[in-house]
Design a protein around this ligand. Structure first.
Ligand SMILES: [Zn+2]
Ligand SMILES: [Zn+2]
Length: 790
């Protein structure tokens, strides 16, 4: 990236405006002040600790050569716990030096015991490669660190298994490669001293539940070979890391959460784009599927993408090094392109100092972009969160976050990119037009005061447990003693596998009956993905997960792929393939479904007078029955066309609440308005659940009805969208009053008149957001909250 000679901004480090000055100028642009809150996060001095006495001098010297002086207190504390044999999770902020906390005990042990080994797990290959470079740079004799993943050449694999003592891999490779091939790994596993699990907060939901069992399978193999490794986990800041790490590993884990690394001060602003005048037409025309934004709803606020692009242009014009985080690739490209255009309009050539950054670049290209940004040749970068995991880029003057990234942990990771050593920096969260973002910019205490949300996973999910037990049985017959390791429900799951003919019971245990090993994909769910193929060329455009295929790829659907519009000719469910042709009609398509839900069992409930709150298993049947065509420019409905797709069933976990009809009447909800009241409350409740658990609104479904056949009362159901549940509904039940209080406040405080995407409308509603009653939804939630115990 060459710097532009026409630019009027200075290159390289420059004092620039203070964050407070910069923010003042940014917010003075429009008529209304978009800033809802400014938080000053003060600078924090670091608290160093002496090297632990057990750390050998050669290791200290190796770290010193790389510029690491004495450790910070949290690093020394976690390292010593691990060295003494306690399982430990260190959950602290970005750039707080979590790697030293596990490198120190692991490498000290490798130096002290020339036979010991270490296994390191990262969620991405890129992070494992970065860690490999860091460990290799220490140049410690006899450690022989090596990455072992899908890219490792066959020829090197045997050498790694036999000679490396620090193997870096990922959970998928552990599951598909190492554990089924444990005989070849017996030497390594027999001497395994540490298992390091980096970025462990990424193991959540169904994927996290699978990984939890992969780790139990690892522990079982280690036990067979006579080793009991210590687990060291590194997590972003998260709520209750000890419990989450315990669920992930199945072991008691001590948490170290006191961050003792130094931090520069940050001025953190919450920014709500202004409401558009009613007749100003659609705002930024961005393809909805490729950005994750909704298209079919009347947008009432200026789009967060447009607003972020303007802010990026303004900060770059001020000579401020700025990183803008955008949720999707396409969105990052739109932000960069708009900012470039605005800058070029002001000063031709200035636009060259802004670029887009996404995953998928070659490492050299990424390094070049990072270098250009650190040296000031490049001043503005719009990025997906590709930067979030393990790439070392800190010390920027400003960070713009376009849309709440889903968790407070991610928010702090992104904001943590701001602030060169000792200097003040600016961070701005630009709210998108949805209930959670709107709630957060009006409730700064939910960002700055609250403990961060817990990482949720549910290893007891029978849809995860049974296939994982099949994998375990393939690796070695299961014994009764093994069942305790896999936790509640393992015996039932084994019995089902026997009944299904997958396992055979013998006096010595349960045996896998087949020659081939079970096919289990840690990330797969909702059926096999459907391929999208261009009919004329046979070119594979991409895949859509099975769960969404009926919605997105029905015959006649307009399907967007990387900004290009296609129309689906035929969806072949047998072959898992949709044939499409390129066409750009002036309408969009919107599938409608009918959903039916029946209660299978109740796990737990709270009887609160006129209100009941329940957690239990449900069967959800849904069928996509028709789609609407709507004009893109006006949103006008052209027609509704029927579809002939089969119904699909989901056995999952739900949370639900019921209200007595009398309590609703007393609260002033007219009987005719009950359906709209419940429906609006359901939408907003789904939108706010990510405040409580690390999920996305797309992980969750809902159903509301004025009278349900199983509850015989007005009811709102919220269910996990994954077979067997992923822990989200369970978390909602456990935090019901806080969750529904936030939902109520989000609706009540929205400035719209009768409901909008920021409060009660949902981009994924199967009923076209009809009926909805915003004021009655508040009344419903008031009744629930008045009766429910805190
Ligand atoms: Zn609203
Ligand atoms: Zn709906």
């Amino acid at each position: 990236m060459e710097s532009s000679s026409a630019a009027t901004v200075s290159a390289g480090p420059s004092p620039g405006p203070t964050p407070a000055d910069l923010l003042r100028r940014l917010r003075a642009r429009g008529a209304a002040d978009p800033v809802t809150h400014v938080e000053r996060v003060p600078a924090r001095p670091g608290v160093p600790a002496p090297w632990p006495s057990w750390a050998p001098p050669e290791l200290r010297a190796a770290f010193a050569r790389r510029g690491a002086g004495a450790p910070w207190q949290h690093q020394a504390q976690a390292a010593t716990l691990a060295y003494e044999g306690e399982h430990v999770v260190v959950a602290t902020g970005t750039a707080s030096g979590k790697s030293l906390a596990y490198q120190l005990p692991a490498l000290a042990t490798l130096l002290a015991d020339p036979r010991a080994t270490v296994l390191y797990l990262a969620p991405t290959k890129a992070l494992a490669a970065d860690q490999l470079r860091a460990v290799a740079a220490l140049e410690l004799e006899g450690v022989r660190p090596a990455c072992y993943d899908g890219d490792t050449p066959r020829a090197e694999r045997e050498w790694i298994r036999r000679h490396s003592r620090f193997v870096l891999t990922n959970p998928d490779m552990l599951h598909h490669g190492v554990l089924p091939g444990h005989a070849q790994w017996s030497g390594f596993l027999r001497r395994l001293a540490y298992v390091v699990i980096d970025e462990c907060h990424t193991y959540r939901g169904v994927f996290g539940s699978h990984v939890a069992h992969v780790l139990r399978r690892l522990r079982r193999q280690c036990a067979r070979f006579g080793s009991t490794p210590v687990f060291v986990l590194a997590s972003a800041t998260s709520g209750d890391p000890s419990t989450a790490a315990g669920r992930l590993t199945g072991l008691p884990v001590t948490a170290v959460t006191e961050d003792a690394s130094p931090r520069g001060g940050v001025t953190f602003a919450l920014w709500e784009p202004p409401l558009l005048p009613p007749d100003s037409g659609p705002s930024t025309p961005v393809p909805p599927q490729s950005t994750g934004d909704h298209d079919d709803l009347q947008q009432v606020r200026r789009s967060a993408l447009r607003e972020t692009a303007d802010l990026l242009a303004d900060t770059v014009a001020e000579g401020v090094r700025t990183l803008a985080f955008v949720r999707s690739r396409k969105g990052a490209e739109v932000v960069a392109a708009n900012a470039r255009r605005a800058l070029d309009d002001a000063v031709p050539g200035l636009g060259d100092r802004v670029a887009a950054y996404r995953g998928g670049y070659l490492r050299e290209e990424r390094r070049e972009l990072e270098r250009a940004l650190l040296h000031g040749d490049l001043l503005g970068l719009a990025s997906t969160n590709a930067l979030e995991l393990g790439v070392d880029l800190v010390g920027l003057d400003a960070v713009l976050i376009c849309g709440y990234p889903g968790t407070r942990a991610s928010l702090w990771q992104q904001a943590g990119r701001a602030g060169r050593s000792g200097q003040e920096a600016l961070a701005v969260l630009v709210a998108r037009d949805d209930p959670l973002d709107t709630y957060l910019v009006h409730h700064p205490e939910a960002i700055f005061g609250a403990p961060v949300e817990a990482t949720v996973l549910d290893p007891a999910n029978p849809y995860v447990l049974a296939p994982q037990l099949a994998c375990a049985a393939f690796e070695a017959p299961l014994t009764p003693a093994d069942l305790a390791l896999f936790g509640d429900g393992a015996k039932e799951a084994v019995d089902q596998l026997v009944a299904a003919g997958a396992l055979r019971q013998r006096p010595t245990g349960w045996y896998w009956r087949h020659r081939e090993r079970p096919e289990v994909d840690l990330r797969g769910e909702g059926g096999a993905p459907v391929c999208v193929v261009e009919s004329s060329t046979g070119r594979l455009l991409g895949t859509v997960d099975g769960g969404s295929s009926h919605f997105l790829l029905h015959s006649g659907a307009v399907y967007l792929h990387q900004g290009v519009s296609y129309v689906v000719d035929d969806l072949d469910l047998v072959d898992g393939c949709a044939l499409v042709h390129a066409e750009e009609p002036d309408w969009s398509t919107h599938a409608r479904d009918v959903t039916d839900l029946s209660v299978v069992s109740v796990r737990s409930y709270v009887d609160a007078g006129p209100v009941g709150m329940f957690l239990g298993e449900v069967d959800v049947t849904s069928q996509v029955v028709s789609y609407q065509r709507r004009r893109i420019a006006t949103g006008e409905v052209i027609d509704t066309r029927p579809l002939d797709l089969p119904a699909r069933e989901l056995r999952t976990v739900a949370v639900w609440f019921t209200l007595s009809p009398q309590s609703l009447t007393l609260a002033g909800v007219q009987p005719a308005d009950v359906p709209g009241a419940l429906h609006a409350a359901e939408h907003a409740a789904i939108g706010l659940l990510p405040l409580m658990a690390t999920c996305d609104r797309w992980d969750i479904g809902g159903l509301s009805t004025a009278v349900h056949q199983d509850t015989e009362a007005p009811t709102v159901f919220v269910y996990d969208g994954h077979p067997g549940g992923a822990g989200f509904a369970e978390r909602a039940y456990g935090t019901a009053s806080a969750w529904l209080r936030a939902t109520r406040d989000a609706i009540a405080e929205c400035g719209c008149e009768s409901g909008c995407p920021s409060c009660v409308q949902s981009p994924k509603c199967g009923n076209g957001n009809n009926p909805l009653s915003k004021p009655d939804a508040i009344r419903v939630l008031d009744v629930v909250l008045a009766n429910l115990p805190e």
